[in-house]
Design a protein. Structure first.
Length: 337
């Protein structure tokens, strides 16, 4: 394992500062306090996020472009247990136009849990949301072999033993996001009707506000593709794709795509942002991979399986994190001696 570099030292020092701030009881920073947006030419656009939110300039940022050739098959990477995604009893769903940034469904009531997938804990589903483009040639946040997709779905979970997502997102491995890419089809995906039929209630949004409506609960599993008992995916350690961009996310991106029609995509595109313009292109540009490794459950005949020696994910991340915390503490002590 190579020694920690200055970039990793910087990011882990920022983690240390964050933990110190939280420990003295300062209030949690609300990501909506600053008018960040997706306009590339705006002062609040993605290239400027790191000015207000330093973590957005880190070395473990998301999204990324995944190379199917470079992704390493990991035979120890297990499949997810998604049985809880069928649960509806005691589960409440709220559809939200989230400040003109995305369409989101919030969960409350009974816990919907995610396990398996070599996650370090059981994770609780808190919401799912979408990213989409104004045209079919882009819209997704993650790329596969340099290719965009028209839309992407993120299922956002936090470690179930933590009190809430606000606390979890500032913890290493505090969040687990399961992502799905969409592929355009000629026919409507009728499973999405139970969600899209409510979009006219959240079409517009006022500045600095959300527009929400309670909807009838349906099984989340209905929206997902294929055989979910053996859902293949890519895995890497990354960040939130919106400010404050905390690097606390275990990312799992499904290899199978969800089908959606042009008509259904246009229902998303007919939502409005806070400036009463059509809500489109709500995706962050891809970030550098740096020294991270992408692993996968999907084996390739020509590729040797991942071994401990060439893993650069969670175990290496933890080792580097502990080393850098020690260096940070020594630096602080040195200044006061």
């Amino acid at each position: 394992m190579s020694g920690p570099n200055m970039d990793s030292l910087s990011i882990h020092c920022s983690w240390m500062v964050l933990l110190i701030v939280l420990s003295v009881g300062l209030p949690f920073v609300d990501a909506d306090a600053v008018a960040w947006n997706y306009n590339r030419s705006s002062l609040g656009g993605p290239d400027k996020w790191s000015v207000e939110y330093p973590d957005c300039g880190g070395v473990m940022q998301s999204p990324i472009s995944i190379s199917t050739e470079d992704a390493l098959y990991d035979p120890k990477l297990s499949y997810f247990n998604l049985t809880n995604y069928n649960m509806t009893k005691g589960v409440n769903m709220t559809l939200v136009n989230k400040g003109g940034h995305t369409a989101e469904v919030l969960y409350s009531g009974s816990d919907v849990l995610l396990s398996g997938g070599n996650l370090p804990d059981t994770y609780k589903l808190v919401q799912f949301h979408f990213h989409w483009g104004g045209k079919d040639s882009n819209g997704s946040e993650h790329l596969i072999d340099g290719k965009y997709f028209p839309m992407e779905l993120h299922l956002v979970h936090y470690r179930s033993h933590l009190p809430n997502i606000s606390v979890a997102q500032s913890h290493p491995f505090g969040l687990a996001v399961l992502g799905f890419l969409f592929e355009r089809s000629e026919k409507n995906n009728t499973k999405f009707d139970q969600l899209l039929q409510h979009f006219d209630r959240i079409e517009t949004v006022e500045p600095n506000k959300d527009n929400s409506t309670e909807i009838k609960t349906f099984p989340l599993l209905d929206l997902l593709p294929g055989n979910t008992d053996r859902l293949d995916f890519y895995r890497y350690d990354g960040s939130l794709t919106t400010p404050p961009c905390y690097e606390s996310v275990i990312w799992s991106l499904a290899t199978e795509y969800i089908q959606i029609s042009e008509y259904q995509l246009n229902i998303f595109r007919n939502l409005y942002n806070e400036e009463h313009q059509h809500l489109v292109d709500d995706f962050r540009p891809v970030q550098e991979l740096h020294k991270r490794t992408v692993t996968t459950t999907k084996s390739k005949p020509t590729q040797a399986p991942l071994t401990t020696g060439n893993s650069n994910n969670s175990a290496t991340w933890i080792q580097g994190y502990l080393v850098n915390v020690c260096i940070c503490l020594m630096t602080v002590l040195y200044k006061f001696v």
